[in-house]
Design a protein. Structure first.
Length: 330
């Protein structure tokens, strides 16, 4: 795989390739930007080019080093991922022990720390010591979707490489390469909001089914004749991730409804449901929709703070019924 196969990150790739060509490499790089836009893929390709025996700015994909990278078995490339929700000090101490030795086969050891915002405070302090006095043969690649969560002392010791949300045409092209049909690829390209991780890791039909459930809830204004609220909450919010997913889709639907009310020429995220959304928009005023959107954003902020997903959903349904002013169900 070549750098050219990584779509939508031309600026980041240009910076890295210039460093390879000039052989003026920093000791640490921070790849930051939204999740699911190619940071880890780029880090692996950059590491592959660094240890390639062909000594060029692009991995040859033919030498023994490239083959070991392709199979994930190169001894001089270390990948650290969060274990559970954190990267602990034991992981960094093990890394420091490995970096105290010379590389096994290459001229340098490349370390990729994915999700580095998950470093515990002791782990971050230990990593900082390595960044302050890095071994000459080590190159560290830190990847994060939450740059603001990192200590400034770590950020300041890395060369920063920004990654941007993927444009819809690139997402569409990636999905087509994966064998997704054209209509689905075109729809997902607009729904993905510049990220492709969710769509690549799960069955697309399942994601679209969850979207349809959120739309049904909005269309019915949260009312149900057949199920008590607490049972409905269990059905929709079996986990925190499921609740976050529901709030995400409701936000996109609210945005589309507002656009239909005030800027009818603006493209919709859910453009395949334009007829249904137009009909729904005609029965709801703008102000309640804006209030609902604000509530949804607020709930999304609260959810990571150990808020009970079921209570969050119940609050949402009650507010949904009140804001959109549909007569209640006894």
């Amino acid at each position: 795989m070549a750098f050219g196969a990584i779509l939508g990150q031309e600026h980041a790739l240009s910076l890295l390739q210039k460093a390879l060509v000039s052989a003026r490499l920093g000791h640490a790089y921070l790849f930051y930007g939204p999740s699911g836009v190619g940071k880890k893929l780029t880090a692996l390709q950059f590491a592959k080019a660094l240890i390639c025996q062909g000594a060029t700015a692009e991995a040859c994909d033919r030498c023994a080093s490239c083959h070991k990278m392709t199979t994930g078995n190169h001894p001089d490339v270390v990948v650290i991922n969060p274990e559970g929700t954190s990267i602990r000090i034991e992981h960094i101490r093990a890394l420091q022990r490995q970096l105290s030795y010379k590389p096994y086969e290459s001229q340098r050891t490349v370390v990729i720390i994915d999700g580095c915002e998950s470093l515990t405070p002791p782990a971050a302090n230990a990593l900082l010591k390595t960044l302050e006095e890095p071994p000459a043969s080590a190159l560290l690649l830190l990847l994060t979707s939450k740059k603001d969560a990192l200590p400034l002392t770590i950020i300041s010791r890395c060369q920063q490489i920004p990654f941007r949300p993927l444009p819809p045409p690139h997402i569409r092209a990636i999905l087509l390469q994966q064998g997704v049909d054209e209509p689905t690829a075109a729809l997902v390209a607009t729904l993905a909001e510049g990220r492709i991780d969710t769509w690549m890791q799960t069955d697309i039909s399942q994601v679209l089914a969850r979207r349809q459930s959120a739309y049904a809830l909005l269309q019915e204004r949260g009312h149900t004749k057949s199920m008590p609220l607490f049972l409905l909450a269990r059905q929709y919010t079996g986990s925190r991730d499921q609740c976050e997913d529901l709030l995400h889709w409701l936000c996109l639907f609210c945005r589309d409804l507002v656009m239909l009310k005030i800027a009818s020429t603006t493209p919709l995220y859910n453009h395949d449901l334009q007829a249904e959304l137009t009909s729904l928009a005609s029965s709801v005023a703008v102000e309640p929709l804006l209030d609902l959107f604000g509530l949804l954003q607020q709930l999304r902020q609260y959810l990571p703070m150990n808020v009970n997903p079921q209570l969050t959903f119940e609050q949402l349904v009650i507010q949904l019924q009140q804001l959109l002013k549909t007569p209640g169900v006894a």
